[in-house]
Ligand binder design. Structure first.
Ligand code: BG6
Length: 314
């Protein structure tokens, strides 16, 4: 069998880090590094890259890979003694050979199950017992599905409390030509203004300066319209009530060592998240958070500026 058709392949990526390549028969593909359990590539069946990864990304522990889909766990943001966005994104995950069954089975053969459990060192930083199972699956039509299952495995009756985000970096042609639909009129916490709470205006969101907002209680579907590329990304999420929208813009871009000065023009983070209300699990309880990404040509949607039509037509 030619390697092109192998649905799941384990190989070496940048700096010898192990990665899993997923391939669907129609030509779409995805790559997942065991370092961070991080998706670093998602291509459609024309071979076009849909995620942004910085040309300056450092594929070397302990730095998280700048781009793709980092997993923020056990915290989103920067609180207390834990590092910003938690440590799941800079730990080496294992392949989960025998995951417990999913309620709905994936129709695709192109999927991988990963698992993260705390090491002794992790227990010193964050003394909690858990099993974090991540399934990354590529659907037959090229959709990318990530399902996280986090179980509290404490035998001492300890609750497990965490916040979470799929920190997805979408690749866009030109940030000034992009609009986000589905977050209009919602409340958000502005990270640039001490997390103060504001209400978004009624129009779709466009970008002309730095943005770092946590929209709360968002709908299960959000669309990113890239006019220049004539492409719409649709994010569907479940178990993740919030959505973070981030673009560092020029000044912050220059301040980041692993990010090119002009790269902010070609990326946008829209992150399915559970931030405002942390999740608490009793021993033995499991939480599930899922995001499904699809990329459709905008011309499919006759009323592409009408959020309802964009969301219905994929
Ligand atoms: C976003 C946060 O999700 O991630 C921003 O809202 C943060 O505040 C950004 O700057 C990048 O974080 P990091 O740790 O990957 O540089």
């Amino acid at each position: 069998m030619s390697s092109e058709r192998v649905p799941v392949e384990l190989c070496k990526g940048i700096n010898g880090l192990e990665k899993v390549v997923l391939r669907e028969v129609r030509g779409s593909s995805a790559e997942v590094y065991l370092y961070g359990g991080q998706v670093t590539s998602w291509k459609n069946d024309h071979g076009e890259e849909l995620l942004f990864v910085s040309s300056k990304a450092i594929f070397k522990p302990p730095k998280a890979i700048r781009g793709g889909i980092p997993i923020c766990f056990p915290q989103f943001g920067n609180h207390g003694s834990l590092e910003q966005h938690g440590f799941a994104r800079n730990r080496v995950w294992s392949i989960d050979v025998d995951p417990p069954p999913f309620p709905t089975n994936t129709s695709s053969r192109a999927f991988i199950d990963l698992i993260l459990k705390p090491s002794e060192e992790d227990m010193k930083i964050w003394p909690h017992s858990y099993e974090f199972r991540l399934r990354v699956a590529l659907g037959p039509g090229g959709d990318l599905m990530l399902t996280s299952r986090i179980r509290n495995t404490s035998t001492e009756g300890k609750p497990l409390t965490f916040t979470f985000a799929y920190h997805t970096y979408f690749s866009v042609s030109d940030i000034s030509e992009v609009r986000v639909e589905g977050l209009e009129t919602l409340d958000y916490l502005d990270n640039l203004q001490n997390k103060e709470r504001f209400t978004e205006q009624g129009d779709a969101i466009t970008f002309e300066s730095e943005v770092d907002k946590i929209y709360v209680s968002t709908p299960t579907k959000i669309a990113i319209l890239d006019h220049e590329k004539k492409r719409t990304f649709v994010i569907r999420k479940d178990g993740l009530p919030d959505a973070v929208v981030w673009n560092p813009w020029d000044k912050k871009a220059k301040a980041m060592a692993d990010f090119g000065d002009d790269e902010y023009k070609h990326m946008l983070c829209v992150e399915a998240a559970a931030v405002e209300k942390p999740i608490t699990l009793k021993p033995g309880e499991e939480w599930r958070g899922r995001q499904e990404l699809s990329a459709v040509p905008s011309s499919y949607c006759s009323g592409q500026l009408d959020p309802q039509k964009v969301l219905q037509c994929s």
